[in-house]
Each structure stands twice: as structure tokens, then as C-alpha cells.
Design a protein around this ligand. Sequence first.
Ligand SMILES: NC(=O)c1ccc[n+]([C@@H]2O[C@H](COP(=O)([O-])OP(=O)(O)OC[C@H]3O[C@@H](n4cnc5c(N)ncnc54)[C@H](O)[C@@H]3O)[C@@H](O)[C@H]2O)c1
Length: 248
Amino acid sequence: MGRFEDKVVFLTGAATGIGEATAKRMASEGASLYIVDVVKDELEETARECSDFGVDVVSRVCDISEESEVLRAVEEMLNHFRKVDVAVNVAGIQLWHHTSNHPTSDFERTLAVNLTGTFVVCRELIPSLLETKGSIVNVSSTTALAGIPYSVAYASSKAGVLALTKSLAVEYAKQGLQVNCVNPGGIKTAMTKMPPIDDMDMDLLLRQNPLTPFAEPEAVAGLIAFLASDEGRHINGEHVRIDGAALA
Ligand SMILES: NC(=O)c1ccc[n+]([C@@H]2O[C@H](COP(=O)([O-])OP(=O)(O)OC[C@H]3O[C@@H](n4cnc5c(N)ncnc54)[C@H](O)[C@@H]3O)[C@@H](O)[C@H]2O)c1
């Protein structure tokens, strides 16, 4: 019997990378899934591959920075599945700028997706998660723990996700909710391609590189699944680095 038999998981950012790998990992362990992303074709491909494990999967195009879209998705998920046991917030963007030229709009856009989007998903799911004594796993980053050049909006948003995670854990632990986050670094996805900016100081950029080769997104999926499963039940308000000793 899989660790997520009879469990319903709401997961954002499922089209590619860590979100796709996590959706498949949880489906392979019996989870019913409601998955969202902004990229339709790849999201539907993830849904098809998850369905191959014989579980119920619903996918919905949803921009988590648009509150009304999140509200609609949560309503649809609850109408379909009648409950939720796990929320996994993976969706995120990373933009690159020298800070002296950083447009305010890009700063705000990054916070809107990575931090406000994660907050709205948590807020909307908390009443149902309290009914199931469920679990939230957010995806933060090593950039929440140590400085990174040329990506201050991203780092700020991920530090916000870390603080959001711990605050929710404290606020709701007594009511049975579990809230943790993972802090990946050096995972092989679209996000870790070379930044498209000029005049980079490569020494600064490589400060947070792993000491071992970059990992596949499945490594993070395994950690998220552990934290969300009954095996991780007593871990609450924790952040876990998964970065090949980059920040050790
Ligand atoms: N790859 C790494 O080394 C690394 C390190 C630290 C943190 N992370 C975090 O892991 C998460 C997944 O990133 P990834 O590396 O798999 O890259 P990715 O680009 O493959 O995945 C990000 C996913 O989020 C989706 N997304 C973007 N904006 C969205 C929005 N507004 N609404 C809904 N979905 C949206 C994208 O379409 C994509 O499917 C992100 O939060 C990222 O910040 C990744």
C-alpha cells in the first residue's frame, strides 16, 4: 500500500521540473491529484503520466498570482474530491538583473508568484487541511539562507516563503496542521540555466553551487513526499536544505 493511498494532494507548478517529478512520485504512491500550472500542454502531459498509475488526476491551468484563479481552482478541487490532505507549493519564477537596474515591476511580479501566490494557496486550503489534519510543503530555496547576486527579488521571495512556512506551523500546529519547506539548490531544471545577463561575476554566481553534480528533480520530489507522508509527521515548521552541501 502506497503512502498516499486515499490522500488528495493539491500541487502547483506541475508542468515541469520539481513539480512534475513530485506529482509523479505522489501518484506512484497512490495519491489522487489536483495539479495546476500556467503551461497547459506540459501540465496535461504530467496529468496523463500520473493517471498511468491508476489514480484520479485533475489538471487546471491556473496562474497562482491571480487570486480569483486560485479561488476557482480550490473550489473545483473540493467539489471534485470533497477534501484535501496535502498542499505542495512548487510554482515559482526567477528573474535576473543587476540590482541597480532592477525594474520594480519584475520585483513585484516575482513576489506575486513566489510569495503571494504561495500564501493565497495556503490560506484557501487551510480550512480543509485542518479538517484532515493535513500537511503543507512549500518550496523555498538556498537563496533564502545565503545571498545570491543578480536575483534579489527571487531571494527575497524565497526568504518570505521560509518565514511564511514557520509562522503557519506555529499558528496551526496545535490544530493538527503540519507545515514545512524544502530549500533546494543545484537541481537540474529549466530554472538553473545560465542567467541571461551581462557582466556577471562568475565567482559570486557559483558561491551556491553544490559540491557534487547537480541533482535530478526526483531527489527533491522524494524529500517532499517524505515530509508530506505519515513518516514525516512529527517534523513541523522545519526547513530542509537539499543542495549537495552547497551551504554546509
Ligand atoms: N532548480 C533548482 O535548483 C531550484 C532551487 C531552489 C528552488 N527551486 C524552486 O523549485 C520550484 C520549481 O522550480 P524548478 O526548478 O522545477 O523550475 P521549473 O521552471 O521547471 O518549474 C517551475 C514551474 O512553475 C510554473 N509556474 C511559474 N509561474 C507560475 C504561476 N504564476 N502559476 C502557476 N505555475 C507557475 C512553471 O510553469 C513551471 O512549471 C520553484 O519554486 C523554484 O524556485 C528550484
